[in-house]
Design a protein around this ligand. Structure first.
Ligand SMILES: [Zn+2]
Ligand SMILES: [Zn+2]
Length: 275
């Protein structure tokens, strides 16, 4: 099984279990490598209620180091899931300089200064928005994240589907299927990822959400393979039992669209390994 590169810690205030418990579960299910990628702090503390504050960053690193020490048989990478918002680039560079990270996952959750599209507490916001417009803004930001060269991996590439909001559009302007209107958005994002040497993750958390589907969709993954965009795998575990969850299905999907390799990262350098 490939490395699980996306897991959280209680420091983000919505995950349970210490890194040593995630590591224990990883060993129990036969993984050789995992990576912690908790939600990064923002320059402004308490930006929202689902991430650590700046002062906790060292504590986070300590927790991961302890797991590394306690589980020498398991390779444990030190990483962050970093929110990409336009204008935050300098802050992300500062974060990068603070510790010897193995990789950064760049994720777009915010499509404005205050609305994170995956936040269950802000679910009603979707009622006031046109889905296609949200998908458009989201993918524009994702493309900027890929172009920024700040990240090794782009997280959950089609997150707006989480609660089942699909980008419907007037069929007359979007072809027979509303979703077809999004293909140019996917193409632009994946071209940027390819150009920057950025990987995308197969994130199995989507299977546990209303959308009941791995992030990204088969359509996006097929386009990614055609363009030569490399991949990683992540459970987005917020509890120890979620480590490596549904990886067999994710590997099947990746192989199905043609992938034979995936990426491993150490000190922000990629190594391709057989899938
Ligand atoms: Zn989270
Ligand atoms: Zn995320």
């Amino acid at each position: 099984m490939p490395a699980d590169y996306h897991m959280h810690t209680p420091l983000c205030r919505h995950a349970t279990g210490e890194p040593i418990e995630y590591a224990k579960h990883a060993v129990a299910i036969g993984l050789d490598e995992i990576g912690f990628s908790d939600h990064s702090p923002m320059r402004q503390d308490n930006f929202d209620n689902w991430r650590m504050n700046q002062v906790q960053l060292d504590e986070y690193v300590e927790k991961v180091r302890k797991a590394q020490k306690d589980f020498p048989q398991l390779t444990i990478r030190l990483a962050l899931e970093v929110d990409y918002l336009p204008g935050h680039e300098d802050w992300i560079r500062e974060l990068a300089a603070r510790h010897p990270w193995d990789y950064f996952i760049g994720s777009v959750h915010y499509v404005s200064g205050s609305w994170a599209i995956d936040d269950p507490q802000k679910l009603s916001e979707w009622k006031h928005r046109d889905s296609f417009e949200v998908w458009t803004i989201y993918f524009e930001r994702l493309t900027m994240a890929a172009e920024s060269k700040l990240f090794e991996i782009i997280g959950h590439a089609d997150l707006p589907k989480k609660f089942g909001h699909r980008p419907t559009r007037d069929p007359a302007s979007a072809g027979s299927s509303g979703a077809a209107g999004c293909t140019p958005l996917y193409e632009r994002f994946l071209a940027a990822a390819k150009k920057s040497g950025c990987a995308i993750e197969l994130n199995t958390a989507g299977l546990r959400k209303d959308c009941r589907e791995i992030y990204p969709s088969r359509e996006i993954l097929q386009l990614a393979f055609q363009k030569g965009v490399p991949i990683t795998f992540g459970s987005d575990a917020h509890a120890p039992a979620e480590v490596g969850m549904n990886f067999a299905e994710a590997v099947r999907l990746a192989r199905d669209v043609g992938y034979q390799e995936c990426c491993q990262f150490a000190k922000r350098k990629c190594r391709l390994i057989k899938l």
